[in-house]
Design a protein. Sequence first.
Length: 302
Amino acid sequence: MKLVRTISVTIAMCLLGVTCLSYAATLQVQNTAHYLGDGVYKWKLYLKGDEDRLNTIDHVEYVLDPSYSVPLRKVGQEGRSANFAISDKATQEFEVNVSIYYRTGEIERISHHVVLYTPDRPSFYVYQESGSGANHFSPGGWMGDVGDITIKDDWEENPKSGKTCIKIEYSAKGNKPTCDYAGPCKWAGVYWQEPPENWGKKQEWKSAGYDLSAYHKLKFWARAEYPSVIEFKVGGISGPYGDSLRPPRSYTAHVTREWKEFTLDLTGADLRHVIGGFAWFASKETNPSGTTFYLDDIRFEP
């Protein structure tokens, strides 16, 4: 007998362009949506959760609104690297029923409301709030001494706005180096990517990312436990299907104990295809004892 877990959820209204969540005991269904014009949105559905759990999936079935010519979409093991994602276009929101088939014989069912966004909101968020439907990109591109990095995106102590901010710790101890020379790398950093771990090398992801041509600056708030020097970037992923913005635009910030807003100028930047929406880099040279810093309200603005 197959074990079937059925989960129903109520989705809070999301306003901007968007990642909306349906919560399961072990996995989530997420959707992003991007306005194309003329009332049409391009959406994407995918799974997010424990990596070990994801690796036990045999296939996923999405049952879309019956208005689609092919409402049943099935994704097998070939879709694991993209978290079993599917995408299409829509002019209005709709419900989707997702069935996750595990190799153990278990079936997990999740209902999700695909939320689109209103195109008149100017800001395009990388991070607004933990679990917010407005968030885009994911911090999946870890680099350098990756064992020195700890990230918590639901830190509730002293956020700049809302209930949460991002807490990042860089220990500068040289743990788990990934650089292409003998470690330690003596630096570390993380890219927020679309989708996670997209270094522009996989042809199946060549259409991933966002057209951010309408935006001319990136703004974010930052503070640190003690004065720190952090470099922030947009774009620069250089694979064959990487960012249209190469080299990246960067900004070296002197981050202090008080919240401060920083602006990265993107005037004249080629933002037609962005998979590396945001990144930070910290080095042992400028932060010899490491650093603990916080980020909030990371967004692109016109």
